[in-house]
Write a new protein. Sequence first.
Length: 155
Amino acid sequence: MRILLSGGTGLIGRALCRRWLQEGHELLVWSRRPEQVPQLCGAAVRGVASLEELGDIELHAVINLAGAPIAERHWTRRRKALLWDSRIHLTERLVEWLAGLSRRPPVLISGSAVGWYGDGGERLLHETDTPQSSDFASQLCIAWEESAQRAQELG
């Protein structure tokens, strides 16, 4: 399979790259620093700075895990803007790009985070629980999920 991965240089993305390379898949990683992709993800992985570089390449799956690290720094106004842009705006851009393809990949997987549930304290949380929209982490995850869900309209 030919897989496009955003967030490929992150913790989960690097592990997926290693696994998928072992399985013989062809990997492309959309990254702000594409020159670092082979070193971080594997020599056979191609880094791309923009989706337009891919042209009308046939993809079998797109995996969206991109986002600035959430726990590295305090959440100042500036940091929150970066977290938002690196998740929501990037996902919107990805969906727009997919809409323009003549051959869309049959699979899009977009990850978000446990922040969807908000601060549940000690209570047990379930997948069916509704999001708590009262804090930034939850608002971020809700918007991220909504931006990815727009891809369903593409078929």
